[in-house]
Design a protein around this ligand. Structure first.
Ligand code: G3H
Length: 478
């Protein structure tokens, strides 16, 4: 019983009355690493009630004070980077150094929210009526941004801390309260992160963290009438949530099938380095990973050779040893990835490396000569497998990219900036990177997906705006 991490509500760590727990399986050892409380729906009700009460006071707390507390939380988080990173290593098998980076990046993100918040929320608008036909200057309109209320944050396993604070920071600075439902893998890292907010001295009830089974409390949370905004990052579940949620603003970042279009004049060393970084970092478990390479036939052999040389140098093994390729998050994920590889094999893709798997650990694999009838051409492996499709025209590449149901990011490699911009305009994705792999950061950049990749735009500024609404007061002159 002592092993089960408590959930956080009303400024306290509590045991669930369910008496049940959820096990977190270490992807490397495939044994139970930690246990968290399996909260009940009744507990969720109480958490949301407290959250609502705390929010009313918080909305009246001066902006500069909110900012001060966020800065404090950021500093405490950075001080505790080692134990939190340790959880990431054990719960999600993120390489040791990347785990530390995730925590530090999260601290920076929180501080940036505080700074951006005091500026953008410190300004309102003043409008006069006589610019609209038929009106005299008899009405003055004052607008400001007010909080939405209770924000529900649901981050995914791949950045449990960073994608939690990317929701928490904007929500809190804007005067909202926040209920966090961490992913099971990554829940303990989240609980530690929440403890940093606790230590910073936020008011009781303002932040809560409920853990448990999605099947028990997932829909209950997302359909809860007390929730005023949902910020979700993850997979298909987001589509289901959007269909069931009430009339509340939704911010969603779902999957991606980010294409990397390589033109004939591209710097192939640069491309190869970016395919490695973009396709294989955190073993491909990033929504913004390079998930299909679309390369002009004339340079394809040369590119594949360069990428293969780099794949051979990737260190494969446990996250504790800071290997490049580490076990994927779960056995079912590894099985899914294997299914994609087998399908490609049957349909005749060229395996540049031998397919190899031990437990959840899958060796990095480049698949050449992938064709559109293979699942890997369209599906998101979320693993260390990168397909290469050879194209004979740029249009063919753009067409493949746009035929996807996803539209998160994409990238194009060429020395011709005019071509790059035309291709960027033609690609139906939220962002196009010119001469670099897709990436969400720097964290104040707008981040959005088209089609099944999401709803709304993130990035610090956009998230703060999204978590507020406009309030107007109109002064009517005699
Ligand atoms: O997995 C989705 C993340 O939002 C991607 O973030 O580009 O920093 O890896 P990243």
């Amino acid at each position: 019983e002592g092993d089960v991490f408590k959930y956080y509500t009303d400024g306290e760590w509590k045991k669930s009355t369910s008496g049940k727990s959820v096990a977190i399986i270490n992807p490397t050892t495939r044994t139970t690493q930690y246990k968290v409380q399996a909260c009940t729906q009744e507990e969720v009700n109480k958490v949301i009630e407290s959250s609502k009460i705390a929010q009313r006071q918080w909305a009246k707390t001066p902006l500069w004070k909110r900012a001060e507390l966020l800065h404090k939380a950021a500093a405490i988080l950075k001080e505790h980077k080692a134990p939190i990173a340790e959880c990431l290593v054990k719960e999600i098998a993120k390489p040791a150094k990347d785990s530390v980076t995730e925590v530090v990046r999260s601290g920076d993100l929180i501080s940036y929210c505080a700074e951006e918040g005091v500026r953008i929320l410190g300004e309102g608008k003043f409008l006069v009526s006589d610019s609209f036909p038929g009106n005299e200057r008899t009405k003055y309109c004052l607008t400001s941004k007010i909080p939405l209320g209770v924000v529900l944050a649901i981050p995914p396993f791949n950045y449990p801390v960073n994608l939690a604070v990317s929701k928490i920071g904007p929500a809190l600075i804007a005067g909202n309260s926040l209920v966090l439902k961490p992913p099971t893998q990554g829940a303990v890292a989240c609980l530690h992160m929440v403890q940093c907010f606790h230590l910073a001295g936020f008011p009781t009830g303002l932040i809560s963290c409920v853990t448990g089974k999605g099947s028990e409390i997932g829909d209950f949370l997302t359909m809860h009438p007390g929730v005023n905004c949902i910020s979700f990052t993850g997979g298909d579940t987001g589509i289901a949530i959007s269909k069931k949620a009430g009339m509340v603003p939704l911010q969603m970042e779902l999957g991606g099938k980010d294409a990397c279009i390589v033109l004939e004049d591209a710097d192939l060393d640069l491309v190869a380095a970016n395919i490695i970084k973009g396709g294989f970092s955190y073993s491909g478990q990033r929504c913004t990973a390079v998930k299909v390479v679309l390369v002009m036939e004339s340079v394809a052999d040369a590119l594949v050779e360069k990428v293969n040389a780099k794949v051979a140098k990737l260190k494969v093994g446990p996250p504790e040893e800071d290997c490049d390729i580490t076990p994927v998050v779960s056995e079912s994920s590894a099985n899914f990835i294997e299914g994609l590889a087998k399908d490609a094999k049957t349909k005749g893709a060229t395996f540049c490396q031998e397919y190899r798997r031990e437990g959840n650990l899958i060796w990095p694999l480049l698949l050449d000569n992938v064709r559109p009838d293979m699942r890997i051409a369209w599906e998101e492996p979320f693993g260390p497998i990168v397909p290469v499709i050879r194209i004979n025209s740029v249009e063919e590449g753009i067409h493949h990219c746009n035929a996807s149901n996803f539209g998160l990011q994409g990238c194009v490699f060429t020395k011709d900036i005019n071509k790059a911009i035309l291709i960027s305009d033609a690609m139906e994705t939220g962002t196009v990177q010119i001469n670099s792999a897709p990436a969400r950061g720097p964290d104040h950049f707008p981040f959005q997906g088209l089609k099944d990749s999401g709803i709304g735009s993130q990035g610090i500024t956009n998230s703060i705006n999204m978590m507020t609404k406009i309030k107007s007061t109109v002064i009517n002159l005699p």
